[in-house]
Design a protein around this ligand. Structure first.
Ligand code: IPD
Length: 264
C-alpha cells in the first residue's frame, strides 16, 4: 500500500514517541507518578509523550484540532479534522514494568475515524490502517480470525480498577461469556486489544467505560482487517458511549448475543 502523507506523519510520530517512552521504561523512581483518581495513574512519561506528539502533529498540520488523554485540547481552524491521541495506553503496565503498552494516534475527519496508528515499541509492532486501504502490521496485511465456534475462541476485555462503579456489569459479562469460550484475557491496553483482534490473535474484544483515545485508532484497524465493530448498545455512538464490541464476522453474532443478553 502507498501511505498517504498523513499516515506517514502519524507513523513517524508514533515511532518517535515510542522510542522516548522506551528510554524511561523501568525507571519508576524517575517517573513522577501522580493519580487522576483511585487506580488511574499518570507519569512524566505520559506527559512528555503527549507533548512530543502534539508538537510533531501540529507542526505538520497546523490547522487540525487535537485531543489527548493528558489534557491537551486544541480547537483547530479546520473544524472537520482532529487528532485523537493516547500517548501511552497501558500506563499501569508501563509503571509496573509489564512490557505491554502502546502509543495510539487516530485522525478523525467529519466525525469519522479515517486513519489509525498503534505502535507497540516493546515488540516493534506498528499497526495501522487508512480507510479503504486495509489494515497492516509492519509489512504484513492483517485479517481478523476465521473461527466460527465460540468454544474455540479467545476474547479480550478490560476490568474496572479501584474507584470505578461498573464492577457488577463486568462480573455479569464474565459469568456469561466464560462458560461459552476457550478463554478471556485482560492485558490492560485497550488499543492493543483492538489491534490483536485485527491481527486474528484474539477472536473478539469488548469493554465498557473506555475513552475515545483508547479506541479511536483501533476501531478503523479492526474494520479494515474485516472485523465488525459496534457499540455494546447498538443505538449508541462508540466513541461517545465508551463501549465497544468487535469480532470477526463469523463469530460476531454469537459473541455479541452473549455480551448483550444481560441488558435485554
Ligand atoms: C487504559 C487501558 C486499559 C483499559 C482502561 C484504560 P490508559 O488506558 O486502555 O486497557 O481497561 O479502561 O483507561 O489509562 O492506560 O491510557
Amino acid at each position: 500500500m502507498v501511505a498517504s502523507a498523513n499516515l506517514n506523519v502519524m507513523m513517524k510520530t508514533a515511532r518517535r514517541a515510542g522510542r522516548a517512552l522506551l528510554k524511561d521504561f523501568g525507571e519508576v523512581e524517575n517517573l513522577q507518578v501522580s493519580t487522576k483518581g483511585p487506580g488511574d495513574f499518570v507519569t512524566r512519561a505520559d506527559r512528555n509523550a503527549e507533548y512530543l506528539i502534539k508538537e510533531a502533529l501540529m507542526e505538520a498540520r497546523p490547522t487540525y484540532g487535537f485531543v489527548g488523554e493528558e489534557g491537551t485540547e486544541i480547537e483547530g481552524t479546520d473544524p472537520t479534522r482532529r487528532w485523537i491521541v493516547d500517548p501511552l495506553d497501558g500506563t499501569t503496565n508501563y509503571l509496573h514494568g509489564l512490557p505491554h503498552w502502546a502509543v495510539s494516534i487516530a485522525l478523525e475527519h467529519k466525525g469519522q475515524i479515517v486513519i489509525g496508528v498503534i505502535y507497540d515499541p516493546m515488540k516493534d509492532e506498528l499497526f495501522f490502517a487508512e480507510k479503504g486501504e486495509g489494515a497492516w502490521m509492519n509489512e504484513k496485511r492483517l485479517r481478523v480470525s476465521g473461527r466460527t465456534r465460540m468454544i474455540e475462541s479467545v476474547f479480550a476485555t478490560g476490568l474496572p480498577f479501584a474507584g470505578r462503579t461498573d464492577l457488577p456489569e463486568t462480573l455479569q459479562d464474565l459469568a456469561r461469556i466464560l462458560p461459552t469460550c476457550a478463554g478471556v484475557r485482560r492485558w490492560g491496553t485497550a488499543s492493543l486489544d483492538l489491534a490483536y483482534v485485527a491481527a486474528g490473535r484474539y477472536d473478539g474484544f469488548w469493554e465498557r467505560r473506555l475513552h475515545a483515545w483508547d479506541m479511536a485508532a483501533g476501531l478503523i484497524i479492526v474494520r479494515e482487517a474485516g472485523g465488525m465493530v459496534e457499540s455494546i448498545n447498538p443505538a449508541n455512538d462508540i466513541l461517545e458511549s465508551g463501549e465497544v464490541i468487535c469480532a470477526a464476522e463469523p463469530i460476531f453474532e454469537k459473541f455479541s448475543k452473549v455480551i448483550r443478553s444481560k441488558s435485554s
